[in-house]
Design a protein around this ligand. Structure first.
Ligand SMILES: Cc1ncc(COP(=O)(O)O)c(C=O)c1O
Length: 408
């Protein structure tokens, strides 16, 4: 039947496709399709059976999400001689969930860093425990403790490059050796470092995970997650992602890929600003402690010098990221008062981007932890986490100093 013979409604739902592109659009493409049309029933069957590559259904795979995941894989694994692939998720927590579901089972045991993001703690402590998975918490720079925590039933080691909010580091090369000996994967949540500061796969980690909501997106306007590793490690997680539904929507994927273009620039400025900020506040009389890996007083400062990339720095020194945790004297209430006293930094959720944000840790990101769990994680009740953004450093320092002065 010729097109003009078709009815109006039929023609309306059979609009001509967009033009085929012969030039590379620098802005990238957003493919919003939740479903795809095939040239034949056989092509559909071949796609579903994995006999040919392509796209069949929005939850299974999307070209814009794949472009984002491939871009992160290039940043994390570009220097490696083994193939690295990425997989995108609806959030960092969706990525964490898929990794945990892939690499644990009833009766399995996980060794996790004692300071991890509160949501990760909740997944391990409250959710997976209901399915018979146990956890041992260990200090990720104390390699003997990590080795001692490994059991025959251990199936996964989970750490953060820079822990939230303590800013303690993980000894990634040492942990990778332990994981190799034990025959279990090491997964590194590298959200706070971003691929600009540190690339855990280069230290021997098996999987790296990011909450892309943070530095990768960078503008507080998108939620997403991503993992990178060898195809052997990533593909099983992808299968769980498909079955559990935590896919990254195409518009979000577009924004996250765009965020990558300015990530090195943002991390450079944020790191320089955070170092100045941490140095300036460390001697304030109202301050009990400032935790920042760039300070010589930080217990992991030497390790930071080894782990963090310095290749593109004019001065050859590493960058240390944007998270500075300031604990005023006076405990829980003093922490709240410091957060309340700020006028430039925002009391805001999330972290890692253009805005300087603070959170009183014990009442926000780590509210799931009781007093004992906070102490085990090395988190003081008054700790205030600053995620330094792009504002003028002098304004940030004056803002925090004024709020601290008021604490008396
Ligand atoms: C270190 C870290 N990992 C994972 C997550 C979870 O990411 P999302 O909020 O994108 O699910 C967060 C969120 O704050 C985080 O800070």
């Amino acid at each position: 039947m010729a097109d003009r013979a078709r009815g109006e409604y039929t023609r309306a739902v059979n609009l001509p496709p967009p033009p085929e592109l012969h030039q590379r659009p620098l802005g990238g493409a957003v493919v919003r399709s939740a479903a795809y049309a095939f040239s034949s029933a056989e092509e559909y069957a071949d796609l579903l059976a994995g006999r040919v590559e392509g796209y069949s259904y929005g939850r299974v795979a999307n070209p814009t999400a794949d472009a984002f995941a491939a871009a992160v894989a290039a940043l994390e694994g570009g220097n490696l001689d083994r193939e690295t692939v990425g997989e995108a998720f609806a959030s960092g927590s969706a990525a964490t969930t898929a990794v945990l579901l892939t690499y644990t089972h009833a009766g399995a045991h996980v060794v996790a860093a004692r300071a991890v993001y509160g949501g990760t703690y909740a997944l391990l402590h409250s959710v997976l425990s209901r399915f018979g998975v146990s956890v041992s918490w260990a200090d990720p720079v104390d390699l003997d403790a990590v080795r001692a925590a490994i059991r025959p039933e251990t199936t996964l080691i989970w750490v953060e490059t820079i822990a939230n909010p303590t800013t303690r580091l993980a000894d990634l090369p040492g942990l990778a050796a332990i994981a190799r000996d034990a025959g279990v994967p090491l997964c590194v949540d590298s959200t706070f470092a971003s691929p600009v500061l540190c690339r855990p796969l280069e230290s021997g980690a098996d999987l790296v995970m990011h909450s892309a909501t943070k530095y990768i997106g960078g503008h507080s306007d998108v939620t997403g997650g991503v993992i990178v590793g060898t195809p052997e490690r990533v593909h099983p997680v992808r299968e769980v992602r498909i079955d559990t539904g935590g896919f990254l929507a195409p518009d979000e994927a577009y924004l996250l890929r765009r965020g990558l273009l300015t990530l090195p620039l943002r991390m450079e400025r944020i790191s320089a600003s955070a170092l100045e900020f941490a140095t300036a506040l460390a001697d304030h009389p109202a301050v009990e402690a400032v935790a920042y890996p760039g300070l010589a007083s930080h217990p992991d400062h030497q390790l930071a010098g080894k782990l963090f990339d310095r290749s593109s720095r004019p001065d050859g020194g590493p960058r240390y990221g944007g998270i500075v945790t300031v604990t005023p004297h006076g405990g829980f209430d003093a922490g709240l008062a410091l957060a309340n006293g700020l006028r430039v930094a925002l009391n805001a959720s999330s972290l890692g981007g253009v805005y300087t944000k603070v959170s009183h840790v014990a009442s926000s990101s780590h509210r799931q932890l009781d007093e004992a769990a906070l102490a085990t994680a090395g988190i003081r009740p008054g700790a205030v986490r600053f995620s330094i953004g792009l504002e003028d450093t002098d304004d940030l320092i004056a803002d925090a100093a004024t709020a601290l002065d008021r604490l008396g």
